[in-house]
Design a protein around this ligand. Sequence first.
Ligand code: SF4
Length: 459
Amino acid sequence: MSKNKLILINPFNQHTKQGTYDTHTISPPLALGIIAALTPKNWDVEIIDENFEEFAFTDADLVGITAVTANVNRAYEIASLYKESNIPTIIGGIHASMVPDEAEKYVEVVVIGEAESIWKILISDFENGRLKKRYDGELLPMKNMPLPRRDLFHPNYSYANIQTTRGCPMKCDFCSVHTFNGSQYRQRPVEEVLDELETIPQDLVYFVDDNIIGYSKQSAERAISLFKGMIERGIKKDWYCQASLNVADNEDVLKYAAESGCRLILIGIESEKEEQLQEANKKLNLKMGIENYQEVFDRIHKYGISVLGALIYGLDSDSIEDLYDRTRFAIDSGMDAMQATIVTPLPGTGLYKRMQKENRLTYTNYPEDWKYYHFLEAVHKPLKMNPDEFMEAMLENWSIMYDDKLLKKKMLRSLKATRSPKAATWAYLSNVERHNICFGDSKPPLDPNVLLGGVGNRE
Ligand code: SF4
């Protein structure tokens, strides 16, 4: 008996400047790898990944597409092609979960929330000719998670990725993580994560958790066990992750993170002023205190790790001067890499609801206009400036921040602070990649080996 065929698609937003991304700035479609792993053995599964190859119609019995807001338009475009051929298509991911009424116009089935609890039921329903229009995923404990089918990912990804926790108890106004993954911080057993890490062939790893150390003493201890486990099992990776400012509370976290290969930590700084943090409901930063940012950076540097600060521009409390102040702060502070994005009201966030209510969204021809919701374009009317003024100022801020000479100086400063050529190099390359993303060019990064006198390499 011939097997059923499932095609899983990772769509690409051609409108964004993603085309300039190099293979270090993208990571494999982990959710599709998990879906593939959950699919019964009597199915053949293939992933079409538009990060590398443009979609070409491929025959299938069933099609699954994942999308975030910025690429959902492309997802609908591909789904429509399958609709014409009467091949049932399923969409999942954060965007469709937030606006299922919109998504169901383009597909047969919408999966809302995390798919692990419903995927096998959905496949069985398909096999028995009783597919439903919607499936609601539960937030399961993260135990005995299936290992993603890494064999189906495109081989050219430089980084592998892995997830060890989900959910966030914080409620930042611009974020939909707590709506999608829930407000409880769920953790995978350390031994299971270590087993999975041992299956990863790449030397470079991205921990995709929104906050790898969590918010409690217990979760910090768990992170330490994970890092110690990597050392004990001889899992040699260079890795980066995301965390909150509390990552530096327990210096053992930093010590073992560094020893197990951590080179860079992304921290949601958002703003250096309390007014903006209050507006964004960034409670943890307010609690930690803006006056303590520098100390947090210094402690991270002490262990040879660079800091990638995520900053947000265009909040209601921002004046034009505030934008330049933020850039000045990013340059002068000890953060090594800078990620400056525009506040973007994504569906499912408090911010989106407010902007909609106040009639301040400027791109509302949905779904077409979702393609602009990629964090580099103002899709709302800022309160203290008009959108054109704001975009003009943003371009200038990005030019200042990602200036060639400045980035080289910053790298040397990072080297001095971290005494780690690898950490300094990662920060530098991250800045160059941000430059390329913001300006849409693909200028190759300068060879950091030259700048660092022949040491340090990301490979
Ligand atoms: S931005 Fe980070 S801390 Fe805030 S709600 Fe989202 S995941 Fe949680």
